[in-house]
Design a protein around this ligand. Structure first.
Ligand code: ADP
Ligand code: MG
Length: 401
């Protein structure tokens, strides 16, 4: 399969002539998308698994736990794709301490949480912003609200040329469109979201993610924002009404292939290859997400039973237990605030949870006494720990010229 998906604009930067890629508007044509064979089978599978995830969300009594947990998991994984060194435990530790993050990587992940909270609310509300450049820029502003993002024009579409891979545009793997083309390209992008289309919604989500990465409209954060866009579009088309799918796990596991397939769309017009990759990931991760939700649910059930049958159980300890899924790490002060009780009463409630072997002391004693809902966390943090130090630096290099 080969098709042309855009044209090149020759730009001159620092005396060098460089070809910047300007994609054609969606949907793909000449030839149109081939939605048969393997793509068709994967589409059925991905839709079915998403539907199961949606239904699993309807069945569990405390869906907000899973939203809390899986949004954080996605936040960490999406940031890790481009080399952020924060882990889920780093994030939860910061949230448990209610202090401002000092680590720039953790701060970035907190920016993601604020961005997804904002954007989700807008899309879910009747009077919220539609999915548009304006919404994306407002989301971007929150995403890059930390100290590191301050130099990357948070909330603003870029006004300078950027590039991907390489030390300058001249030796880059990919040079996105010149900035003066972005207003027109972003309007086309909005139209591709809101115009009528015969394509299945999940296919449109897949196409729009690639198109967004190809436009690379911001100086930084395009990967994270483009993956957040997937979540928003799933909601927009009613495929998943809660942000439960942590697709970044798949994209992180297959990062090399993810990047190669993005390039193959631009270079060979291989939209079908990207679709297969994307749909396979959606099916796989949706199924994994259902399994994780079941496992977490079971841990809560068995732990609750253990507590109810424990001789020391008190009303306050039971109340605290019900708060654990959204507070899987707890200090005495935090327990005090949550329960609205005295320090000794909060400490006692925590002691009971420890005696029932539900909460274990965090191994790091330097930062004061904190207990963790260990069995729950052991499921949640799967695949969110850091791998051994990478051999190479993250692939991205981009700077205003
Ligand atoms: N060859 C490529 N073509 C298009 N997009 C790419 C390519 N390689 C990587 N990307 C996208 O660019 C993102 C990185 O861009 P960047 O603006 O630094 O985002 P972030 O700061 O969120 O990581 C990657 O996560 C990926 O989505
Ligand atoms: Mg970046």
């Amino acid at each position: 399969m080969s098709r042309v998906t855009g044209e090149y604009d020759t730009i001159t930067t620092t005396g060098e002539a460089v070809r910047a890629f300007v994609p054609y508007p969606l949907p793909p044509r000449d030839p149109p998308l081939a939605l048969d064979g393997r793509v068709a089978a994967l589409l059925v599978e991905a839709n079915a698994r998403l539907r199961e995830l949606e239904l699993a969300g309807d069945l569990v009594p405390s869906i907000e736990w899973f939203v809390y947990a899986f949004v954080r998991k996605e936040a960490i994984l999406s940031a890790q794709i481009e080399g952020t060194q924060a882990t889920l435990m780093d994030l939860l530790n910061i949230e448990a301490s209610s202090e401002a993050p000092v680590d720039a990587d953790v701060e970035e992940v907190c920016g993601y949480l604020s961005a997804v909270g904002y954007a989700w609310d807008q899309v879910a509300r009747d009077d919220g912003l539609p999915i548009s450049t304006r919404l994306l820029s407002e989301t971007h502003r929150r995403l890059l609200s930390g100290a590191r993002g301050a130099f990357k024009q948070p909330g603003e579409v870029r006004r300078s040329q950027n590039w991907i891979g390489g030390t300058r545009p001249g030796n880059a793997a990919f040079v996105p469109p010149p900035p003066h083309r972005l207003p027109e390209l972003l309007s086309e992008f909005e139209r591709a979201i809101h115009d009528e289309s015969d394509l299945p919604p999940l296919v449109r989500v897949a196409l729009l993610h690639v198109q967004f990465e190809t436009l690379h409209p911001y100086l930084d954060g395009n990967g994270r924002l483009g993956r957040l866009l997937i979540t928003l579009l799933l909601r927009h088309w009613g495929l998943l009404t809660r942000p439960l799918l942590y697709l970044s796990l798949y994209l992180k596991r297959h990062r090399g292939e993810y990047y190669r397939r993005l390039s193959a769309v631009r270079e060979q017009g291989d939209w079908e290859g990207w679709l297969c990759f994307f749909l396979e990931g959606v099916a796989l991760i949706a199924a994994e997400t259902v399994d994780t939700a079941r496992a977490l649910h079971a841990v809560v059930e068995t732990s609750r039973q253990r507590l109810l049958h424990h001789e020391d159980a008190t009303v306050l300890s039971l109340r605290l237990f019900e708060l654990l899924p959204k507070n899987p790490l707890l200090s005495v002060s935090r327990a005090m605030t949550l329960l609205g009780c005295s320090r000794p009463a909060a400490a006692k409630a925590l002691d009971v949870l420890e005696a029932a072997e539900i909460m274990l002391p965090r191994d790091d004693h330097r930062r004061g006494r904190v207990l963790m809902f260990e069995e729950y966390l052991s499921y949640l943090r799967q695949d969110t720990e850091l791998e051994p130090a990478p051999q190479t630096q993250p692939q991205m290099t981009q700077a205003p010229m």
